[in-house]
Design a protein around this ligand. Structure first.
Ligand code: PEP
Ligand code: MG
Length: 583
């Protein structure tokens, strides 16, 4: 019997047979093409690119609503890469010049790009290298018609060093039902991780030395805790214990589904509001079942990313109104918080040239960018003001660094209102305006910022990266990027307190709001508004219903005394364990 520890990516308990995949190299034939057949070969290549694009679009629409819109952008990036004229032309030219088959040229050209990106230290480019690898393998797969190679994997737990998103999707769409995945590669925020969550496959990443292990015929994969566990060759006693755990977990899922229609209220009667984080579109059927209290974060950059040029004021008004109208049908006049454009760093627009910067995450992103292009910003503000006339819409700014920015934005909002008035257009005069808390300066000056806005929404994804000076997308820095770090916890507590003192709403809309352990901590600090992707709402509602706010005082005190994130997690896990049996 052996044990492998790693990071849980999607929760579950599986007892099953391992399928060990010592990753094969994609064998690519290399042969000459007669000059008279070159055009045909280029056509064959272009068709395979088109097929790749169609496949990705199909996958994207199948995943809408299952994962956050932000995460779905992986696929948009892949589509954009398949449209990149330079990449495509390099391959076309290569086929012509070298008179080689398309597969070989695709491999050669993409290797050139991969090497180029891998040499750049910035992790965003390392991710680009993986993206190129992925799309090139997809094109080659289409060219070679290599399909259904994975059928004997059905029902098994895949053990693999590294799995590309396209491989996983290929398995999924060829009908393979993986019961679990164990990977050596660690990348909690990688595209593969996001897809395993979307496809709901219990997954462990970062397992050490997985090929030096004697796996045996049966293994246990348990990813129900943050630290995931694999037991190889389990003895009968261990098997029985995990069978029991598996049943317990199954019951918990059942319980979560049953509490979906109940009130989000703690055992001692405190009401908690659960909101949605959404992107460019709203899948109302998906969302209604979850009974959200509103939309806590509408990431408008996804609307801009979906477009081929900047959407003008009228277009924006229409998009926001459509979302609000659809939402209002089943959630009468519940609030919708529209966040103004937050591009820069990893989020780019194909039709807008960003300035090249050494450090884009610390550069012209979010509010800094919109304030530097006032016409662009005014279009959005006017669109939001107009859509808010007949809906409960609020506006929120991302990535604020100092008060001057809020003042500048206020002047712009006033200008917009004056212009709309002059143009005879209807708009909401007294729209509520809030800010994301994402930058450490917001924490230090929370008591001052709060006087200048109507509400705070803590963006813990960015706040964590900026407090810990750790890139949220870097696989290298993955171990340091941890929202449970006591430094982040204290920051959240300070900000929440500033809001409570002034009787203003403080919500949390980063990923952690949808995690059980984090939600306990947030509630202990006094947060009563949590915003998350739709899928997490039932789980958090069920959790809230087991909590007694009166018990959280000590939890808060202990968290604020903690020295590291493990200590914080231990405190929270202990409480979660204690309340889990409650009904
Ligand atoms: C955040 O930073 O926590 C957040 C919600 O914003 P985004 O993830 O879009 O940067
Ligand atoms: Mg953010």
């Amino acid at each position: 019997m052996g044990v492998i520890i790693g990071k849980s990516i999607f929760p579950g308990i599986v007892i099953g047979q391992p399928y060990i995949e010592r990753k094969k190299k994609l064998d690519i034939e290399n042969y000459k093409i007669a000059s008279s057949k070159i055009d045909e070969e280029i056509k064959r290549f272009l068709e395979s690119v088109q097929k790749a694009k169609n496949d990705i679009k199909q996958i994207k629409s199948n995943l809408e609503g299952k994962i956050s819109k932000e995460d779905l952008q992986i696929l948009t990036v892949h589509i954009m890469m398949l449209d990149d004229p330079q990449f495509i032309n390099d391959i076309k030219k290569g086929i012509k010049k070298e008179e080689n088959n398309a597969e070989a040229v695709v491999k050669k050209v993409s290797n050139k790009y991969i090497e180029m990106f891998e040499k750049i230290a910035d992790p965003i480019y390392k991710q680009r290298a993986l993206d190129i690898k992925d799309i090139s393998e997809r094109i080659i797969m289409n060219l070679t018609h290599e399909e259904n190679a994975y059928l004997n994997l059905n029902g098994k737990i895949l053990v693999i060093r590294e799995l590309l998103p396209s491989e996983l999707l290929k398995m999924y769409y060829s009908g393979v039902n993986l019961s679990g995945i164990i990977m050596e590669y660690m990348g909690e925020t990688s595209h593969t991780a996001i897809l395993t969550k979307a496809l709901e496959i219990p997954t462990l990443m970062g397992g050490n030395d997985i090929f030096s292990v004697d796996w045996g015929d049966q293994i246990i994969l348990d990813t129900t805790k943050i630290e995931g566990k694999v037991v190889t060759n389990p003895d009968i006693k261990t098997l029985n214990k995990f069978e029991e755990e598996k049943n317990r977990y199954k019951n918990k899922i059942k319980e979560i589904n049953e509490s979906i229609d109940k009130e989000t209220i703690t055992l001692d009667g405190e009401r908690v509001c659960l909101y949605l984080n959404i992107g460019a579109r709203l899948d109302i059927t998906q969302v209604s079942r979850k009974r959200p209290d509103g939309i806590g974060l509408l990431r408008t950059e996804l609307i801009y990313m979906d477009a081929i040029e900047f959407p003008d004021e009228d277009k924006q008004k229409k998009i926001y109104e459509n979302i609000a109208r659809e939402f209002d049908q089943s959630h009468l006049n519940k609030p919708i918080v529209i966040r103004t454009l937050d591009i820069g760093a990893d989020k780019k627009l194909s039709y807008y040239k960003m300035v090249d910067e050494e450090n884009p995450s610390l550069g012209c992103r979010g509010m800094r960018l919109t304030l530097s292009d006032k016409d662009l910003f005014k279009n959005q503000i006017k669109g939001i003001l107009r859509a808010a006339k007949h809906h409960n819409i609020k506006m929120m700014y991302p990535m604020i660094t100092n008060l001057r920015e809020i003042q500048e934005a206020r002047e712009l909002v006033d200008q917009c209102k004056a212009e709309l008035l002059q143009e005879g257009k209807e708009f909401k005069e007294d729209i509520e305006i809030g800010m994301m808390v994402e930058v450490p300066s917001n924490v230090m000056l929370a008591d001052i910022f709060i006087d200048h806005v109507d509400f705070f929404s803590i963006g813990t994804n960015d706040l964590t990266q900026y407090i810990l000076a750790t890139d949220r997308y870097s696989p290298i820095a993955e171990k340091l990027y941890d929202s449970y770090d006591p430094a982040v916890m204290r920051a959240i507590e300070i900000v929440t307190n500033a809001g409570i003192k002034k009787n203003k709403k403080v919500s949390v809309c980063g990923e952690m709001a949808g995690e059980e352990l984090a939600a306990i901590a947030l509630l202990s600090f006094g947060v009563r508004d949590l915003s998350m992707i739709p899928a997490y709402i039932p789980k958090i509602r069920n959790l809230v219903r087991k909590i007694k706010i009166s018990e959280l005082k000590i939890i808060k005190e202990n968290i604020l005394k903690s020295k590291d994130s493990q200590e914080v997690k231990n405190i929270l896990s202990e409480y979660l364990e204690k309340i889990e049996g409650r009904n």
